[in-house]
Ligand binder design. Structure first.
Ligand SMILES: [Zn+2]
Length: 270
């Protein structure tokens, strides 16, 4: 009985949600590589999920940027591709998305190993807070849908929302809560092996960088930022999984298999 009532309530809630208009949806999403791979049914479902996502989030502009409907839909579509088969409830528990016109430079105090406090000012394209907001640079958000500016495998929205999924069980560490039937040891092994190998490759590429920048970057199949930590590795792998899945499948087949199970999607299915 309770279940029926809950279901009726949630259905009732859904009926109140304004659906993203189809022409706006098409305009916002037409250039995303991950959209081209969806069946018409999945595309429609993603639009519903994105509509529900927008109903539950407030998106505000910082530094004078005006947030348009198109921008809201671009952010929602990219955030929701991750949860197409998992449900938008994975993004519950926080509300705010803050959008800067371009890279933003938060001032942070960090304490080094010697106990000295430093103020850092590193420009960021995005960040995701545990239990708090997602912050995005719109210049970077727009990049992934722009055929002229897109960088292979790069998608700041997917990156930050992968961190949000990772944070469903606490501080981000590249170990999000797995589904029933997935094995923690298999996940751990696939990711750790790939991460350590990637860090080695990134070190080599860094040495090469002084002589031949092109060759150095070519030697790395995904964004070198992935070497930063296991959490960043998972977020960058998630970007590449949806943007350039063939690269992940070829260079990191075990990670690709785990991501297919985790996202319950196969971007390479024919
Ligand atoms: Zn990150």
């Amino acid at each position: 009985m309770l279940r029926t009532i809950k279901r009726a309530l949630s259905l009732g809630r859904k009926r109140d949600i304004p659906l993203i208009e189809e022409s706006l949806w098409r305009r916002a999403t037409q250039n995303y590589a991950f959209i081209a791979r969806l069946t018409p049914e999945e595309n429609r479902r993603l639009r519903y999920i994105a509509s529900e996502f927008l109903a539950g989030k407030s998106i505000t502009g910082a530094q004078g940027i005006e947030i348009t409907e198109l921008m809201r839909v671009q952010i929602a579509a990219q955030a929701c591709i991750l949860v197409l088969e998992l449900g938008v409830q994975n993004y519950e528990g926080w509300q705010e998305i803050v959008v800067y016109p371009s890279q933003f430079v938060p001032e942070r105090e960090v304490v080094d190993d010697a106990g000295v406090v430093h103020t850092t000012r590193n420009p960021l394209s995005g960040e995701a807070w545990l239990g708090g907001p997602v912050v995005l640079s719109y210049e970077d958000v727009a990049r992934s849908g722009d055929p002229e500016l897109a960088i292979d495998g790069y998608n700041v929205v997917i990156h930050e929302f992968a961190h949000k999924l990772d944070m469903l069980n606490g501080e981000p560490n590249g170990f999000p809560p797995l589904h029933r039937g997935m094995r923690r040891d298999t996940w751990q092994q696939a990711f750790m092996q790939a991460y350590l190998a990637f860090c080695k490759a990134a070190d080599k590429a860094e040495q090469l960088l002084h002589y031949d920048r092109g060759a150095a970057l070519d030697a790395l199949p995904i964004d070198p930022y992935a070497a930063e930590s296991p959490a960043e590795f998972f977020a960058v792998m998630s970007e590449a999984f949806f943007e350039t899945p063939e690269v992940v499948a070829e260079a990191f087949p075990d990670v690709f298999a785990q991501l297919k199970l985790f996202y319950r999607q196969d971007p390479l299915r024919t």
